[in-house]
Design a protein around this ligand. Structure first.
Ligand SMILES: Cc1cc2nc3c(=O)[nH]c(=O)nc-3n(C[C@H](O)[C@H](O)[C@H](O)COP(=O)(O)OP(=O)(O)OC[C@H]3O[C@@H](n4cnc5c(N)ncnc54)[C@H](O)[C@@H]3O)c2cc1C
Length: 467
């Protein structure tokens, strides 16, 4: 890891945030010979945190463009090689247990249909696999960016280390135990400045850099994330289930599969953004691993109702929500059995990408936002990190052009590359976000296939050639 003391070194690129998108950007830069880089990460160490991410064909295609080794590393199965397992299907069912739709979880099926496979990995595994492709000294942990200053020839980045590690309510899950707040007296804080010709900000949905780009009073309403209208209630392990309850769940819903999503009945419609009284529908994903079962409920609930609730009160709220939505007694009983210490509640925030009106730009001068910092959203289409990898590919292509043409000092050329990146990516993100807030399980077969073809089969490399 990098040392803490300042030097006057001028980096070509500093990436802020060692999450999946920041690391993919750094890997892509390195593979193009842009090695004078540093990745700053506010966490004090790399820990087993985060949700499971589905890495899908468009994300894999972007990774292949960034560095074939990254593509290979992310595709690597987690389980040891053994006899092939039967292809599993993820079923979406209605309240009675009738199938609405099913999705293959078999990478080979995806490869055949969309030209790339899929893999499911924890956030930490994605981070680790990408991190291992970079020299350790490129990654500076315990460096939280707190401010930037744009100078004529470079950007100065203010960092602070050994600070209180506050829990980020907008980023990944903090399970099984919430992060412990670590405190440090001001005397133990260390400040450091770094200089970079370009800054790529991949610091997640609660981005410090985004807030620096669009400070309060600048007229943009979107510097900080807005509530999406949906909350997740999660329990990774409900514990031992009464036999009769498991028999009912198994017969009516699981039907031999390890994972199932049960959706509220209603006519399809779109949820709006930032709803005071959300109008979307509830669903529950239930999963079984060995002898343990868990769930994620996604429900439209206003923030006011959530406020101040945790533990048992939050479990009651989840059960009430399912009751109102007409879910069966066995599902409500299953949700209510969660031990409070295994239960997490998490409102989903987003940065709405609007194609019209007063939208916050993704770059200014030598500083550009990527991933959740630009367009965070709820995970209903499993596209957050996949779209972030696409951002990384486009930004890396732009930086490679700047390097090849010797334009590091040309502010106009840099701004133009970053604006072109946004022009290419913003319409895609606007569509993905809009669809994310609709209920995919209720799309028609035609809508579903149109979406799959569009999102998974877009030719990113061709797009990059014309941009
Ligand atoms: C429950 C859930 C399930 C999801 N499932 C999927 C899925 O299946 N597929 C999918 O594509 N996406 C999924 N997502 C979304 C996905 O997790 C995000 O889109 C993705 O992690 C964004 O990556 P990122 O690198 O932009 O930001 P992050 O993953 O948030 O990483 C940001 C990094 O920056 C660091 N950082 C933050 N602030 C600073 C600072 N000031 N200075 C230095 N470092 C800083 C953070 O510590 C972190 O390491 C899911 C999200 C959730 C919540």
């Amino acid at each position: 890891m990098g040392a803490l003391n300042a030097d006057a070194h001028l980096y070509d690129v500093v990436v802020i945030g060692a999450g999946p998108v920041g690391l993919a950007t750094a890997v892509g830069l390195r593979s193009r010979g842009i090695t004078n880089i540093a990745v700053l990460e506010r966490a004090r160490s790399f820990r087993q945190v985060g949700q499971v991410l589905d890495i899908l064909p468009n994300g894999l295609r972007a990774l292949k463009y960034l560095d074939p080794q990254a593509h290979q590393a992310i595709l690597e199965p987690t389980a040891p090689a053994g006899p092939p397992r039967p292809a599993s299907q993820w079923f979406y069912r209605d309240l009675q247990g009738q199938p609405i739709r099913s999705v293959s979880m078999d990478s080979e099926d995806w490869l055949e249909k969309y030209g790339e496979g899929r893999n499911s990995l924890s956030w930490f595994n994605v981070q680790t696999r990408l991190r291992e492709l970079l020299p350790q000294e490129d990654i500076w942990v315990n460096h939280r960016c707190i401010n930037l200053k744009a100078e004529a020839d470079y950007v100065e980045i203010d960092c602070v280390s050994n600070t209180t590690e506050e829990r980020n309510p907008y980023a990944h899950w903090a399970t099984p135990a919430p992060e412990v707040a670590e405190t440090a007296s001001p005397a133990t804080l260390e400040n450091k400045q770094l200089r970079a010709k370009l800054v790529v900000a991949a610091d997640g949905i609660n981005s410090t850099v985004r807030q620096w780009l669009h400070p309060e009073g600048s007229g943009f309403v979107q510097a900080t994330p807005v509530y999406s209208g949906f909350v997740a209630f999660l329990c990774m392990d409900v514990g031992e289930l009464p036999e009769a309850l498991w028999a009912e769940l198994s017969e009516q819903y699981f039907q031999g599969q390890p994972i199932v999503t049960v959706c509220q009945d209603a006519e399809p419609h779109e949820a709006a953004l930032s709803l005071d009284a959300p109008t979307g529908r509830s669903r529950i994903m239930m999963f079984r691993r060995g002898n343990s079962c868990g769930y994620i409920v996604h429900a439209p609930i206003s923030l006011e109702v959530l406020q101040g609730k945790s533990g048992a009160a939050s479990i009651d709220l989840a059960v009430q929500q399912l009751e109102q939505a007409g879910f069966s007694d066995c599902i409500k009983q299953f949700v209510g059995l969660a031990p409070p210490e295994q239960f997490t509640q998490r409102p989903y925030y987003m940065h709405p990408v609007d194609l019209e009106g007063n939208t916050a730009a993704w770059s200014s001068g030598k500083v550009v936002l990527v991933g959740d910092a630009a367009h965070g959203m709820p995970p209903f289409l499993a596209q957050g990190v996949n779209q972030g990898f696409e951002d990384a590919a486009v930004v890396v292509a732009g930086i490679e052009r700047i390097r090849q043409q010797g334009l590091w000092g040309d502010e106009g050329a840099i701004a133009s590359q970053f604006q072109q990146y946004e022009q290419l990516r913003r319409p895609v993100m606007a569509r993905v976000q809009k669809l994310t807030l609709t209920e995919k399980a209720r799309w028609s077969d035609e809508q579903s296939e149109d979406y799959n073809q569009w999102v998974f089969c877009r030719d990113l490399v061709r797009d990059l050639e014309v941009f």
